[in-house]
Structures are given as C-alpha cells and as structure tokens.
Design a protein. Structure first.
Length: 460
C-alpha cells in the first residue's frame, strides 16, 4: 500500500503546476512506480479555479469501480486528494470530476487506459464541462484543411492536409495521454486528403491523396509509428493508373483492407501491395465493415454506385437494393456499436438532407430514418462507447456549419446540439481512448484553413 495525492492550487486558469501522483506497488516485489497526472483546461477557461471539490475514480474495462477518492479545498485554497492503493495486473481508467461551491458537477475528464503497475509516466487529464466542446490545450502547427486522420492506441495520427498554399507533408501525433502533439517524420511527398487506416503493431497505412499539382496521387506508404525517434516509412506498390484521393478503407482480413474507388483496391500489408479486385469492380462512396455470422461484410453505398449499394464478402461482390434515399452524394458512414452501419448526411438530388440510412448486416437490409436536426453535406463522424458525434459539414450554399449534433450511440436518440469554437467544413473527427473526440482542421467561415483543435468531452 502506498500514498500519493492530487493537489490543485487556488487559481491557475489553464494548466495546473501541481499534479496527480499515483504511486503503485508491484505485488510483493518491493518495486513501485509513479504516474504523474497534470490537470488541463481550455485556453482562457476559469473552470479549474471554480472547482471546490474533486472526485477521482479508477474503473476497469467493464466500468466497475476499483477505487474512489475525494477531497475539498483547504483554508489556503489548495485541494488535495489522498490516494492509497496497491498495484495490480489490470488496466484502469482514471475518471476525474469537479464540483463547484454549490456542489454542482461542472468539470469532467478521463485518462486511460493505464496500467496499475510499477511504471513511471507523466500523463494529463483535460477537464471541461460535461457534454461540451472546448478548445484543446494545443493547436496545429499551422492552419490546415483536408487532413488525413486515423485512430491510434495512444491518440490520433494526423497526416498531410492543405494550407493556404497547397498540400503539406507534415505528420502530427495528438496524444490522448498528454494532450500534446509530437511531430512525426514528414511524408516523402506533400498530400492533402490522404486515406489513413490503422494496421497492426503500430503501422499506419497512407494511400493516395491530392498532390501539389492538384492531381490524385498513387503514393502508398506504411508508416511505422514504433520506429525511433519519429517513425519510418516503407513504400507500397500501387500502379499509376490507380491514383485516387479521399477514399475510404475498410478491413477485410488480417492486415488486409479494401480501398474505395474505380476500381476498388485490395491493400495487403503483408505483401506491401495495392491491387484491383479480380473483376476490377468499382466500389465508390463510403465503405465500412460489419460482422455477421462470423463473416466480415464491407458495405459501400451512395449514388456513385448504379444500384445504390454493394456488398463485399468472402472475396465476392454483390449488389444490394437499398431505399431510394441511399442515392445520395457527399455523405458519410460509420459502424455503430450494434454492428449496424449508418450512412448519413449528404445531398439527395442536389439538396442537403437530414435523413440517414441504416444497414443491418444480419438481414442485409436497409432502414431509412430521420436523424439530423440540420442538413449537412460532408460532416465529420466519430463514434465512442456512448456517443455518435456529427461534426460541422456544409450547408447547400457551401458555408461551414457551426455546430455538432450528439446522439446516443446505442439508440441514436438525440442528446444535444453543441456549438463549435470554429465553424468548419472539410474537417476530421476521431475518438480518443479516454472517451473524448478530437476535432481537427477544416475551412472556417472565411473559407480559410484553421489551426484550432477542439475536444468533445462526454458526461460519463
């Protein structure tokens, strides 16, 4: 058993110089470790000075509470939480909640998963009002739109994009454990709208994009995030005639992905190749993977396909018969916790729509639903354990939308509509492993790229 503390000074509006120090003993080995957790909030926020009481909980992967601690500010205005616990072999998430003088819950944040073992680490928790969107503690190094992005176990990888002069070659890692960024090794070429998909063992595949001449690219790379000090690349074989930009990539097997386009390509990470399917089929529009009867299904849907939808399963492609509402463009798709695929937003017959279409893998059928409060072309989508987050997009007149619609991930019931710090289109949104969602890049209301990063914070 060992003791430590979370110490909050009376006032420090953005970053607290004091930190959480969790000291864990590793069984009976006699070794211990320290995990120091600093507390952050949005730039200019006063929320940390308003917190008078903190509650901190450690929960396991099933959200079962392992330990709970709390504390109030003392007569000197300092808030301290005493922590006593043993190390164990499990991973846990740290949940921190802040309460005002009126005992209202005004701040929420999570860190993790983190090991309860004898390790030394420095981490950070971002506190914000529950169910809110606030500016992140850091910004991009330059304003960008049309970024390529994918989830990683330690945060989000952001690659390429377009500044006011054209495509860039930068790679940025946003850490969900530190709420800071690290520059990765620059891509060999500058690209906007590259397709990114996470493979195994820290590999991120980067396919195509738009080059500096505004042409689709045939550049394909495997980025090894584990190579010191800033990653390394190996080239994949992709013929000139298969160049593409802004595609989607969906898993079809171990280290194998299908990349949308005409023709669709099969990415084989073991063979380092991208080749068309045997029939040279066209699979355009959003494509996402579902699991039914222990078989992977990849569904593509939209007006780009003659039938409106197609299914790739066990190496074969079949056309599907979706409702007429599926004949849309500029839409997005996402896999839900239920295993269903949701296609939403975009335009039908040239007019932005609020409707969505659900694909049900067990019956290979579709259902049209009314979902969005505002019609949105090209919204950014992110899914967490609890929420579907629909970010920005553009109206029929091309203006960026200023808000985010939040839905329950299981029921799709509307939860809230939240204002963005910066209205944005051509943006990306990706979940972090702490339940927050990072919103990055895009064009603002002046049609210029933005460097502002934003974080959606859940309420549980």
């Amino acid at each position: 058993m060992t003791s430590s503390f979370l110490r909050v000074p009376p006032r420090f509006p953005q970053r607290l110089s004091a930190c959480v120090a969790l000291l864990f003993l590793l069984g009976c080995s006699g070794r211990d470790g320290t995990i120091s957790i600093s507390v952050l909030s949005a730039p200019g926020s006063e929320i940390l000075s308003q917190v008078q009481r903190l509650e901190a909980s450690l929960v396991d992967s099933n959200n079962s509470e392992l330990a709970h601690f709390g504390g109030r500010r003392d007569s000197d205005g300092v808030l301290t939480i005493a922590i006593d616990l043993d190390a164990s072999a499990v991973n846990a998430k740290l949940i921190v909640e802040g309460f005002s003088a009126a005992d209202e819950r005004i701040a929420f944040g999570r860190v993790g998963p983190l090991p309860l073992s004898a390790v030394n680490a420095t981490l950070a928790v971002f506190l914000a009002p529950p169910l809110s969107i606030r500016e992140a503690p850091i910004s991009l190094s330059e304003p960008l739109s049309h970024i390529g992005a994918t989830f990683a176990s330690f945060g989000v990888i952001l690659a390429g994009g377009q500044n006011v002069d054209g495509p860039v070659d930068s790679v940025t890692v946003y850490s969900s454990y530190l709420h800071s960024s690290q520059e990765g090794l620059a891509m060999p070429v500058a690209l906007s709208q590259p397709t990114l998909v996470a493979g195994s063992s820290g590999t991120i595949y980067m396919i195509g994009g738009t080059d500096t001449q505004q042409n689709p690219s045939n550049v394909a790379l495997a980025f090894d995030t584990t190579a010191a000090p800033a990653g390394s690349y190996r080239a994949l074989v992709m013929a000139d005639q298969y160049a593409r930009s802004g595609s989607t990539a969906a898993v079809v097997g171990q280290e194998q992905f299908i990349v949308s386009g005409d023709p669709a390509l099969l990415l084989d990470g073991f063979q380092n190749t991208l080749r068309p399917l045997p029939g040279g089929e066209n699979l355009t529009g959003p494509g996402h993977t579902a699991l039914a009867d222990n078989s992977l299904q990849v569904v593509f849907a939209g007006a780009e396909l003659s039938s409106g939808a197609a299914l790739f399963e066990s190496g074969l492609i079949r056309t599907l018969s979706p409702p007429v509402e599926m004949l849309r463009t500029e839409h997005r798709g996402i896999a839900l916790p239920s295993g269903e695929i949701l296609f939403l937003g975009g335009a039908i017959d040239g007019v932005a729509t609020t409707s969505a279409v659900l694909y049900k893998p067990e019956s290979q059928s579709f259902q049209t639903i009314s979902l969005l409060a505002s019609p949105r072309r090209n919204p950014a989508l992110a899914i967490t354990d609890d929420y579907l987050v629909v970010v920005g997009g553009e109206a029929d007149d091309g203006s960026p939308l200023p808000d985010v619609e939040i839905f329950d991930a299981d029921t799709l019931a509307a939860v809230a509509t939240l204002a963005l710090v910066v209205p944005r289109k051509d943006t990306v949104a990706h979940p972090l492993n702490n339940g927050q969602v990072l919103i990055a890049g895009g064009l603002d209301s002046n049609n210029r790229p933005t460097a502002v990063l934003e974080l959606f914070t859940p309420d549980r």
